[in-house]
Design a protein around this ligand. Sequence first.
Ligand code: RIB
Length: 328
Amino acid sequence: MKPRVVVVGSFIQDLAFYAEAFPRPGETVFGDFRPGPGGKGFNQAAAAHRTGVPTLFLGAVGRDAFGAGARKYAQSEGLHTTFIEKKRESTGSAVLCINAAGQNHIIVSPGANLALQPRDVPPGPLRAAEVVVCQCESDCRTIAHVLRTARLAGAVTVLNPAPLRPDFPPALLRHTEVVIPNENEFTALVRLVPATAALLRTAAFRAVGDLGANGLAGLQADLLHRLCRALGVPVVIVTLGDQGCFISQPDACTHIHAHDVDALDTSGAGDAFVGGFAAGLVRFKRNVIEAAHYASAVAALAVTRPGTATAMPTAREITRFLKKRDHQ
Ligand code: RIB
């Protein structure tokens, strides 16, 4: 089946620890250990795939047990993948700490992911896809190559700038049609991009105070929309955790509320949203608002379960969830 969503990015072996509270510096606490497949790219591909939209994941792993595990898991899921095996690097790995409130701390060692080269990514699937998704656990030159190739071919290019690295090249936004940062990534991004950094120095924004310290809560929708517009990307979606998401399009902006659920593990919630959104764009013929509503349901279900890639809901679960919410 021809993949309609192509995700190029990271596979990471997650080593997740669940504890009552995060350990303080110098403290040792007991917790439960649950390893599982992860990485922002792989999680996003898993989310899109489980909705039933034909999806391809392309990424790099090492010649090691974690890399073999990645292939085995993808096969068991029926997810199409192209894993480029790197001889010198190990498969990426991460330590995740999740507390009783479902909050997380993550340290990532990207390993082979940063060795994925533009030449490793064949143009064929990018040109044939409807939606192409990248994140920032890969080499920025590879991300630029993928987004440029896909956009020239007419695919919708989605960039999740996570994690927002200090060396993030604003030029990546030129090839991006939809950018999906979370609140922290957005505040860092607008300081990095010259046009938004200049806007932040104007009187209207100076009056708001430090965005980093105050977050986006104190920012009126019209100011947030102006900031999003100055990024120069057609669609900007800022995910706001349990506060939902803010969507800025060229002619309008809107806020979508999050579903009220009992969060057990928020790691991978952003990935669930991005993967669900990519699948939603295919399902709803590129309608951004409908796709974001769909993504919000995917993320709501994912946080009620432990794990990242393994926590993504199926199409049937999403439909049942949305039906139930409609009747409430
Ligand atoms: O977004 C969650 C993901 O971030 C985890 O799966 C971990 O691997 C890191 O990449």
